[in-house]
Design a protein around this ligand. Structure first.
Ligand code: ADP
Length: 301
C-alpha cells in the first residue's frame, strides 16, 4: 500500500475586487471552501489514480476535521490513522484572492503541528509494511525525520516532497530514497540557483551526494529532471493550456507514488507523474484538479 504522512487543511477562500489593507473591510466578496493541505492533496491524487492509500495525519475535534475525514473516505482513502487532537483545531488556511489572481494567505497549522513521533509509532506496522511512503514538510520536521528513519530501517521506499521550501539536515536526507523538489526547493536545499538544465543537474548531484538515491527535480512546464543510477533523464511534460497550477506538485507526487508502488521503472513513473500533473494544471483548484486513472495515458515503455 501507499502510506502518505502529512497535512490536512481547510482552505477558506474569499475573492474580492482588491486585497484589503490593514483595518479595512471590503464588502462584496465571494466565498468558497476547499479541502487542502499538501499531505491530503497527495493522498487524494494517489487514490484517484488507483493507489491503495492510507493517510497518516492529525485533525482537530471540530467540524472541519470531521468533514475532511468524510472527504478522504469518499475518495477511498484508509483513515484509520487520521488522528484527532484533543486541544488543537484543524488546520485552516485563510486565503484572499483579488481580481488579478494576486493572493494573501495565512495558515494556522493547528493539529498538523501536533502530529508527533508517538503518532508515527502508533502507525508503525502500517509504515513498515508499506510499498511506498510519501511525506512532505507541513508537519513537524522531527516527525518527518522519524518516519524517514523508520522507512529506511525497514527498506521501505520513502519519497520526500520537500515542500514548502526549507533547508534540511544531512541526517534526514541520508534516509530518503526519492526526493522531488521543484526548482525553488532544490535551490533552498543546495544553495544552487536552479533555472536551467545545467543548474538542475548540479543541484541533483549535490542531493545525491547527501545519500538520496533518486533525485527528481520538477521544472514546471518543462517537466522534470531525473537523476538515478548515475544517469540523467529529462522527462518532458505534455504541453497544455495552464489554468491553475495549484497542486501540480501534489498531483505529480501522488502519481509518482502510484507508479512506483506498482513496480514501474522510475523513468516510467516520472513520465506518468508529468502526464497526471499536466492534466491538473488545466483545471481549477487543488484536490478538485486531480485526475482519475482513466484520464491519464500510460507512458510508452
Ligand atoms: P510545484 O507545483 O510544486 O511548484 P512544478 O511547478 O515544478 O512544481 O510542477 C510540477 C509538475 O507539474 C511538473 O513537473 C510538470 O509535470 C507539471 N506542470 C507544472 N506546470 C505545468 C505546465 N504549465 N504545463 C505542463 N505541465 C506542468
Amino acid at each position: 500500500s501507499i502510506v502518505v504522512v502529512g497535512s490536512s487543511n481547510t482552505d477558506m477562500v474569499i475573492k474580492s475586487p482588491y486585497l484589503p489593507k490593514p483595518g479595512e473591510t471590503i464588502l462584496g466578496g465571494t466565498f468558497f471552501m476547499n479541502a487542502g493541505g499538501k499531505g491530503a492533496n497527495q493522498a487524494v491524487a494517489a487514490a484517484r489514480l488507483g493507489g491503495n492509500v492510507s493517510f497518516i495525519a492529525k485533525v482537530g475535534n471540530d467540524v472541519f476535521g470531521k468533514e475532511a475525514v468524510t472527504g478522504f473516505q469518499k475518495e477511498g482513502i484508509d483513515t484509520a490513522y487520521v488522528f484527532t487532537d484533543a486541544t488543537q483545531p484543524s488546520g485552516v488556511a485563510l486565503i484572499n484572492v483579488d481580481d488579478n489572481g494576486e493572493n494573501c494567505i495565512v495558515v494556522a497549522s493547528g493539529a498538523n503541528a501536533a502530529l508527533s513521533t508517538t503518532d508515527i509509532d502508533n502507525a508503525r506496522d502500517k509504515i513498515i509494511n508499506a510499498s511506498i511512503v510519501l511525506v512532505q514538510l507541513e508537519t513537524p520536521l522531527t516527525t518527518v525525520a522519524h518516519v524517514a528513519a523508520l522507512a529506511n530501517d525497514y527498506g521501505v521506499t520513502i519519497i520526500l516532497n520537500p515542500a514548502p521550501a526549507t533547508k534540511l539536515d544531512d541526517a534526514l536526507l541520508a534516509h530518503i530514497a526519492v526526493i522531488t523538489p521543484n526548482q525553488h526547493e532544490a535551490a533552498m536545499l543546495t544553495g544552487i540557483e536552479v533555472n536551467d538544465t545545467a543548474s538542475a543537474k548540479h543541484a541533483a548531484k549535490i542531493l545525491h551526494g547527501k545519500g538520496v538515491k533518486t533525485v527528481i527535480i520538477t521544472l514546471g512546464a518543462d517537466g522534470a529532471l531525473l537523476y538515478h543510477n548515475d544517469f540523467f533523464t529529462g522527462v518532458a511534460s505534455p504541453v497544455v493550456k495552464a489554468a491553475d497550477t495549484t497542486a501540480a506538485g501534489d498531483v505529480f507526487n501522488g502519481a509518482l507514488a502510484v507508479a512506483l508502488a506498482e513496480g514501474k521503472s522510475v523513468q516510467h513513473a516520472v513520465a506518468y507523474a508529468c502526464s497526471a500533473a499536466a492534466i491538473s494544471v488545466t483545471r481549477l483548484g487543488a484536490q478538485a484538479s486531480a485526475p482519475y486513472r482513466n484520464e491519464v495515458a500510460n507512458p510508452a515503455e
